[in-house]
Write a protein that binds this ligand. Sequence first.
Ligand code: SAM
Length: 261
Amino acid sequence: MVTAEDPTGLGRELRRRYTAADLGVLTHDELSRFAPAGDADPQADVPLAWELLYRLEPELYDRLVSAERLHPGVLGWLPRDADRIVEVGAGAGRLTLELIGRGREVVAIEPAAPLRQILIRKLAEAEHGDRARVVHGFFDDLPVASGCADLVVACSAFTPAAGHGGEAGLSEMERACRPGGCVAIIWPNHLKWLAAHGYTYVSFAGPMAAEFASRQEAAELARIFYPRAAAEVRRLSQRRVSYEVLGINPPRDLAFKMVTR
Ligand SMILES: C[S@@+](CC[C@H](N)C(=O)[O-])C[C@H]1O[C@@H](n2cnc3c(N)ncnc32)[C@H](O)[C@@H]1O
């Protein structure tokens, strides 16, 4: 079955993993954003199934994003001399670890407690524990002062949906940014919506592949996260799998706005 929330069928296996009984893992604040109607069903709602993944199987999620590395052009585009950087929806730190050293302070905001724990562990392992502050928060209510950051960034986290950013979330990101600073949405998926809000699109060329830890890992993760490509990934039996085979836009782009206020 392909639902309205899953037009590509990419979330098919993820939706099967969880049921409404799993919603108990969400806090009141999380439920109000991710399941506001009160009768939400992760078997019919892909974004909600992802939220359950972050909380119930955070290590599985981290195995996926460890394979989906950002294009070097995206990392090269980011400023290197910021005072403070605020990242929203930091997750397990795919971007956060790259931000260390680019600012005097990095504030990593992440609502899912299990992902914050993974991020804190990774920062400590990299001996960067004192260079980033990992805090709880949501796009629409950022726990930072107005104009506090040179760069406010989200990677594979912001969408126009109210629970995952929306108008209120974009306003909050721009509020947190100092005049002359920049708000950047990395790996954006609603380009027209962002363009209508004054964001400029940048994409970096070149072939890109997901780099799984092993051939077995590629097959296992494709079965769950890229079900339509799973048979081809098994047939290829390789650790590196091109995004063309996986059937998604690679993490090679961003949309940004210089804040002038
Ligand atoms: C696909 S993950 C990306 C994580 C990380 N930025 C990365 O690139 O690996 C989406 C992230 O957005 C976070 N998120 C979802 N809704 C959010 C909200 N309303 N406010 C802040 N973060 C949110 C999730 O908890 C999750 O960590």
